[in-house]
Write a protein that binds this ligand. Sequence first.
Ligand SMILES: [Zn+2]
Length: 299
Amino acid sequence: MRRAFVFISVIILIILFIFTFNKVEILDKKQSAVMAFHKKTSSKNFTLKAVDGFYKTHEGDSSIDSRIEEVMQTTFRQPTEWGLHVTGVKNRLRTDEKVVALSFDACGGGNGVGYDEELIQYLVKEQIPATLFFNRRWIEANKETFLMLAKNPLFEVENHGTHHKPLSVTGNTAYGIEGTKSVEEVIEEVMDNHHFITKLTGKSPKYFRSGTAHYDEVAIEVINKLGLEAVNFDINGDAGATFNQQQVQDSILQSKPGSIVIMHMNRPEHDTAEGVKLAVPILKERGFTFVKLSDYDLE
Ligand SMILES: [Zn+2]
């Protein structure tokens, strides 16, 4: 009896030892990946924050982390393009069906932290699906609204950047706004908010749209290597929420089968909601239905 007790105790001790040893090894691996990542970008502490977010939200899944590592080690060429529709950006749904994807940016910071409740309530009332691109600053200023929208299956939540910067690997500017200056800054602009959204919603964004919607083609390559897609538009619905309702309506009505319309949901004082309310019934009469980006492949 006593021998059996000693035997069982020894077995338990061995199991405990193996379990503890493995755990330490796993932790060491994670820690060294974080350290390696941090070391490469030690002049900027932003990346560590992103990596921290990653480990909190993706415990046990290292797919994105290994992608970041790979991108950090890739040598990229100098970009030759700069603008809205550079090589690699998706601007349309790949379909001939009479469908349109409405997309709304929530820019945040100096670009507007407002919430266009009238617009969203209209979409909900009419059951119009839409893709919403959130900047981290907007989410921080409207946390409860963000969570409420993220819970609504009518909408899909996507990434509109961390600091709302044009996405450049060389520091190009757009509308006087300074872009990111390196591959590291591109990764931070994309991944910090990616992790932030994932942590809040439990779901990772699939699409990215930069602040000002400007990119160079190398920044697009970085996004693709991270497993994401950069999405712009073929219909500029509200020109940064500067159009009046007639202009918004006219713009949306230019939609063709597979169009992606860009508009804004962060400037309730402007006319975007009014224009949407005018255009949506007319598009419906013309036989169009409304879809989310993820309903189709993009081109
Ligand atoms: Zn924006």
